[in-house]
Design a protein around this ligand. Structure first.
Ligand SMILES: C[S@@+](CC[C@H](N)C(=O)[O-])C[C@H]1O[C@@H](n2cnc3c(N)ncnc32)[C@H](O)[C@@H]1O
Length: 214
């Protein structure tokens, strides 16, 4: 699983889809009251960078050494004690986790106060199939109701949710995972209902959760 991510590291470090966005700014705003953070599945390290700019002391983690995180680990098994960080962040990554419930429990366990998480919303089976064809490491997106259950199972209360719509340039999105030929054609076909010109519409949410006592 980590090999493709090591190969893709540069694309994820420099792509505008990752380096900027209203979700990144919102996560920085929500994290600003805290002093320490762990950014899980840090990829190109954009949340970690943005939180450091906001004044936090940040540790980054990712299972792919090529992403150059501070700590190499999966979200399902985080090598820190309970409540080690004021806030734990996770952006554009949870749909790759093989055991989502275990991963969310781990995010909640190492957080002292809050978990901030961004991911796309489950919309249709066709979009899920397109995502898996384009990137076999895609596991699944979840609906907001499923996320609320996952957070509740990890002792986290959802206190705020913001929804965003992003236009993703189809060609560069396919190129980031080297998806070409007949597979790319099938992906375009599956995404036709949510395609506008050269872009496709990606719906995502940012969740602000707080750790519940006990
Ligand atoms: C799209 S990138 C993350 C983007 C980054 N968070 C950002 O905001 O730019 C997805 C990352 O998830 C990581 N990943 C995949 N499976 C994982 C798992 N089980 N636990 C933690 N990270 C995982 C990959 O190594 C990759 O760096």
């Amino acid at each position: 699983m980590t090999d493709p991510w090591n190969e893709r590291a540069d694309a994820y470090r420099t792509s505008k889809v990752f380096t900027e966005g209203p979700d990144l700014e919102l996560m920085a705003e929500w994290a600003a009251p805290y002093a320490t953070a762990l950014d899980v599945a840090t990829g190109g390290g954009h949340v970690a960078r943005r939180l450091r700019e906001a004044g936090l002391t940040v540790t980054s983690s990712d299972p792919a050494p090529g992403m150059q995180p501070d700590v190499v680990c999966s979200a399902e098994d985080i090598p820190f004690a309970d409540a080690s960080f004021d806030v734990v962040t996770c952006r554009r990554a949870a749909h790759h986790f093989s055991d989502i419930a275990q991963a969310v429990r781990e995010l909640g366990r190492v957080a002292k106060s809050a978990v901030l998480l961004q991911d796309a919303v489950w919309t249709s089976d066709e979009i899920e199939e397109a995502e898996r064809l384009r990137d076999p490491s895609h596991v699944r997106h979840y609906s907001e109701a499923e996320w609320r259950e996952l957070f509740a199972g990890a002792g986290l209360a959802v206190v705020e949710v913001q929804a965003f719509e992003e236009l993703l340039d189809m060609d560069s999105w396919l190129a980031r995972t080297n998806c070409e030929g007949a597979t790319a054609d099938r992906v375009r076909e599956l995404l036709a209902p949510v395609t506008r010109g050269s872009d496709w519409v990606y719906d995502y949410r940012v969740y602000r959760t707080e750790k519940q006592p006990g």
